[in-house]
Design a protein around this ligand. Sequence first.
Ligand code: AP5
Ligand code: MG
Ligand code: ZN
Length: 216
Amino acid sequence: MRLIFLGPPGAGKGTQAQRIADALNIVQLSTGEMLRTAVAEGTEVGKKAKPIMERGDLVPDDIVVGIIDERFGAPDCANGFILDGFPRNTAQAEALDKVLAARDLQLDHVVELKVDDEALVERITGRFTCENCGEGYHDKFKRPVKPGICDRCGHRKFSRRADDNEQTVRSRLEVYHRETAPLLAYYSAQSKLKSVDGMADMDDVTAQIKAILGAP
Ligand code: AP5
Ligand code: MG
Ligand code: ZN
């Protein structure tokens, strides 16, 4: 199964991609995560991406397309993947079509997570993540069962993203509406687009996505 999860910042792409990838035994490919790793490691790509991400702008297309193309060649992608945060503009979507065609692969579905803008700021400013396993949490919507301890791996250190402040969130939202939202029409024209109500609670959203995929 090869999928794209599309939606504004904070829509729940990462949360749902992790769950569906586990359930279907496929991989989650988040360009945002890959870029944050590059920033943390101080690679050339990371140095270039850091100030751009802090502003909430898009990193140049050639960088993200290169990262994704290389990733498709890895053995863990053989069973399928979920693209989380890629493509993000029409040029990236066209590049993706070419990269897939060159590898003789097809997309199965593009899943749109629909969420109101006002809810996104609250979701993003309350988000934190386990530093060890990457499990996502929220101050209000998903606290660890035992305070201060990751449910998934037992680790005790969490972090918040540098771009998760209200000002950067507003620019990320603007960028989404300007650059990424046109992809809804792009994939609708390819009859690939399916939409879910991302305002529902997390388990409900997972169930809606599984229904589209015909997954148990
Ligand atoms: P990226 O990491 O992709 O960030 P984003 O698109 O802004 O999306 P987020 O990760 O913020 O949100 P999400 O939809 O994953 O939500 P989550 O599940 O965490 O990109 C970051 C930056 O990298 C970009 O700004 C850009 O600079 C660069 N970049 C990345 N890809 C690029 C590309 N292709 N081209 C160019 N540049 C690129 O959920 C959010 C919170 O809400 C969590 O706390 C969660 O617990 C909670 N939550 C989730 N679902 C629900 C629910 N149903 N109800 C209540 N709370 C919920
Ligand atoms: Mg994410
Ligand atoms: Zn953990």
